[in-house]
Design a protein around this ligand. Structure first.
Ligand code: GLA
Length: 360
């Protein structure tokens, strides 16, 4: 009798596995479908992610793509006048073939800029005239190549200083070109593709003091007639920040300028934010405990609830990386400390956070 039952249950189990698992896999909701009446759901990728199980997940879940690094100045123009298109082209081709929207990221930043950009033929710091020409050539070449394919560009990334008493970051761009570099970059991008939507993109955009400095910059640009259409809020967040109140206030303040809002680099670190880089301490925990996973799901649920409330002004929400298999936060700011900031786990399976985002 006992043996019979065991046989029966093992038969049932086999049946469940053969019938049930494909059914479960088939019934897993897709973010892009759940959010089709709200905004596109994007993901940042490298060319290496476009085959195998990651590509399958990308195609099932997302409908917008950003290149994680391939379109940044250093990777795409490592030597003056010599462009490396291979990875960026592969990502754009994948996006076009599979019906994704494609965001361009980014045209000017203080990081990942090639060294040659600021050095003249004489080995000294380049003049304003030469640097403006280089900026123009870069933007014109890159934007023209993807004209009609990339619908939105992050034109300037992170130009506001971390020091609350300052306005613009003291980068070589600013030191050599002054305020002009922002205005010119937008003008060059607009001339190269008048239909592209042009964004200013930054982090910590919800902290009231930085929010107000960004607002002032954007307002100045709009008043001067600079062709800017939106603001990118990176959204590299944690379980603690930002507060719902600050998030709502930021959305409303930027939207009051008539700008569209995109959350361009969303991830929720399971660790409190730290400013300085450091190595992982011996014995320091790097585990996604059930408590942390639940807290993360609650926060993802909360921020998407707020996003949905503002669907009239939010035109994209993009995750920075695909799954916990790889995140830039595995190394930053604490080298060697694994992080788990996304909706899918290291095996590409949905986490609690995924269900919190799709069940509403
Ligand atoms: C910033 C940049 C992104 C990326 C992240 C870290 O937010 O805008 O392109 O480099 O830092 O990966």
């Amino acid at each position: 009798m006992f043996l019979n039952l065991t046989k029966k249950s093992s038969f049932l189990l086999t049946l469940c596995i053969s019938v049930g698992l494909p059914y479960l896999a088939f019934s897993q909701p897709a973010l892009k479908e759940v959010y089709q009446d709200y905004f596109p759901i994007g993901v940042a990728v490298g060319a290496r992610n476009l085959t195998g199980d990651e590509a399958k997940l990308i195609k099932k879940q997302f409908n917008s793509i950003t290149a994680e690094n391939a379109m940044k100045m250093g990777p795409i123009q490592p030597v003056e006048g010599k462009f490396y298109w291979k990875d960026a082209d592969a990502i754009v081709d994948f996006a076009m073939q599979n019906g994704f929207k494609m965001r361009g990221h980014n045209l000017s930043w203080h990081e990942q800029t090639p060294k040659w950009m600021f050095i003249g033929k004489d080995g000294k710091t380049v003049s304003k005239t030469v640097l403006l020409q280089r900026l123009k050539d870069h933007i014109t070449t890159v934007v023209s190549r993807y004209k009609g394919k990339i619908y939105a560009w992050d034109v300037i990334n992170e130009a506001i200083d971390d020091d609350p008493t300052k306005s613009l970051r003291q980068s070589p761009w600013y030191q050599i070109l002054g305020d002009d570099f922002i205005i010119k970059a937008f003008e060059y991008a607009h001339a190269a593709d008048p239909d592209a939507q042009l964004f200013y993109n930054d982090y910590n955009t919800e902290f009231p003091e930085k929010r107000d400095r960004i607002y002032t910059l954007l307002k100045r640009m709009i008043d001067k007639g600079v062709p800017i259409h939106g603001v990118g809020l990176q959204a590299h967040w944690s379980l603690q920040e930002p507060s719902a109140e600050n998030l709502r206030a930021a959305i409303e303040r930027y939207a009051s300028l008539g700008l569209k809002i995109q959350f361009t680099e969303l991830d929720l670190s399971i660790y409190p934010w730290e400013k300085n880089k450091r190595a992982r301490k011996p014995g320091e925990s790097a585990i996604l405990t059930p408590e942390l996973e639940q807290q993360q799901a609650d926060r993802y649920g909360l921020v998407f609830k707020i996003f949905r409330e503002y669907k009239d002004v939010i035109t994209n929400v993009t995750f920075w990386n695909i799954s916990d298999r790889y995140s830039w936060l595995d190394e930053y700011p604490v080298s060697g400390r694994k992080n788990y900031p996304l909706l899918f786990d290291t095996k590409l399976q949905p986490k609690k956070a995924f269900w919190a985002v799709v069940n509403f």
